[in-house]
Design a protein around this ligand. Sequence first.
Ligand SMILES: [Zn+2]
Length: 407
Amino acid sequence: MIESKFPSVEETRTAPNDRPSPSEPSNMMARYQRQILLPEVGVDGQERLFASRVLIVGAGALGSAAATYLSAAGVGTLGLVDGDTVDPSNLHRQILHDTQDIGAPKTRSGAKRLKALNPDVRIEEHQEFLSTDNIIRLFSAYDLIVNGSDNFPTRYLVNDASVLLRKPLVDAAILKFEGQLAVFRPGMGCYRCLFPSPPPPGTVPDCAEAGILGAVAGVLGSMQAVEALKLLLGIFPCTAQGTFLLYDARSSSWQRMAFQPNPDCVICGDHATITELIDYEDFCGSRLPSAINQPTAIPASEFAVNADQALDLLADPTVIAIDVRSVDEFRCGHIPGTQLCSMEDLPDIARTAANRRILVICASGVRSAYAAETLRSLGCHAWTLQEGTNGWNYAGGPWVSSEPPAI
Ligand SMILES: [Zn+2]
């Protein structure tokens, strides 16, 4: 085994020594035999895993796969932090949760699944959204952080807390057919070294807006589990270069990019200026989401209306309501009185409805904001439905659902 000059997970451990330890594994050899067979693991490694504490941020798509494999591998204590409840739209990728869990807290349904998989493992449920108020308390009690969050404010918050507390961080992100994974060990760079600034709000769609192939989340979440197990076991230590992987399911390709810590990084660099947590909503230009079904990535503007204001507009027969989502999205369900319209058709809409008010709708408000702006540039009076159909449904607005085709 190659010795690493960087601190091990145990050396960076700051969790209290008197923390409760999980019960002894019921039958270690029977359950973990194939893993213990690996010389890099062995009985010592298995016991090391059993003494480890890993916190998984988000019991969603990435967290589902990561937590499942970490539980199966016998990581002694797993923390799940998530304040959300299970929604039907989660189930195609968030495999911790069953159909019967809809409406239940994700931490509860996740803990139930993980305990069923491996009763040796202690599951600690943190049914709360991560924030600057609770992150230090939560992170301090764990050896390693697996980040499965899905928004930039939380991603920077997780990074900064990990750097400040010297916690190893296994970070991943997914969208459409792509994923990225990065491993940050204390002293070896951080997310800000790679991405010093977040993208402008609204320029990068999320999975609710752009979609995600569920199995892609499984690939990246499983990779997170692999990297976490390597860190916990202290095997295959990397060089001084950090690990950053890009996955593209369309071409079935992985790209590995080496990166060096940035000496000018504002939090882990030689002259760090960030020495405590900051306002991440302000930094990213958006508010931290209070729930996954309350998308808040799109800032309000004078051309954005909320669900109540949209209802008033829809009640006016002179208003044209157009839905710029895809045909398939529209067929799955839409707001009554709206008509499907592609982006290519916007000039035609502008010509035929020049003197009418137009309400533009999409899934979360990104595409509709762009379309409304396009229409306004063509001389129209156009507004966007803030938070889109996701927010509309969360608010309980009227909805036309299409039944799936019979098989
Ligand atoms: Zn950094």
